[in-house]
Design a protein around this ligand. Structure first.
Ligand code: C5P
Length: 217
């Protein structure tokens, strides 16, 4: 296979899970790592689908851009694109829970406490990786403690080929930072570390490491 018909599906950014029309649960993901991966993949000459939650970044030129808001929308976009991709990189910080019954109108402030029932979202990485055929599936594990233990567990539980672990306890290399430090673990027992370095360099390292002699344009 040459680089131009190698297809990569990358997810990026947070999702928003609405409580009412103006309020939502989300997280601090900036999308920078996912967008850097998309740019690095385009530079390799690959065909890139970028499925992104709401972020303040312009999509890198050369990608097919699929903006989404909620985890359910991200799941639906990914399910459509996954069968034709060769590499899935789930970099998005998908919400793990969403409100069971979002209010149709803005919730009014009251003096008593407010209880919001949450239900788990679909684990997109796990669902897709469980159905994989030829695809290489890569997930991310943003951890604040016991990084390797949690990352290796997610690698197995989600049926992934690689997991990119990063320690988000430090603001210099956290979700909104311009730098990142990562350790990659493979299902075959390999591990590779890189950084701290700009996210563009980290992105190139990740693609090189997981693809070995990856096709380049
Ligand atoms: O279990 P945890 O959310 O920490 O795992 C992170 C990995 O799983 C990331 O690759 C993320 O994109 C993916 N994920 C997902 N669907 C979810 C939650 C996480 O694909 N609902």
């Amino acid at each position: 296979m040459n680089a131009s018909n190698f297809t990569c599906l990358i997810t990026a950014g947070p999702t928003r899970e609405y409580v009412d029309p103006v309020r939502f649960f989300s997280n601090a993901s900036s999308g920078k790592m996912g967008y850097a991966l998309a740019s690095a993949a385009v530079e390799r000459g690959w065909s890139v689908d970028l499925v992104s939650g709401p972020v303040c970044l312009a999509p890198p030129s050369g990608v097919s851009f699929h903006p989404v808001v909620t985890a359910a929308e991200m799941e639906s976009a990914c399910r459509q694109l996954f069968p034709a991709c060769d590499l899935l990189v789930m970099c998005a910080a998908v919400a793990d829970y969403r409100p069971v019954s979002p209010a149709k109108r803005k919730i009014k402030k009251k003096d008593e406490s407010l209880v919001i029932h949450l239900e788990p979202t679909v684990d997109i990485a796990k669902a897709l990786a469980t159905e994989k055929r030829h695809q290489l599936c890569v997930g991310f594990a943003a951890e604040t403690d016991h990084v390797e233990t949690h990352a290796r567990r997610k690698l197995r539980q989600k049926n992934l080929d690689w997991i990119v672990a990063n320690d988000v306890s430090s603001p210099e290399i956290g979700m909104e930072a311009d730098q990142n430090r990562v350790t990659l673990f493979s299902v075959t027992g390999e591990s590779r570390s890189f950084g701290p370095a700009p996210k563009s360099d980290v992105a190139d390292f990740i693609l090189g490491a997981i693809m070995g002699a990856a096709p380049r344009g």
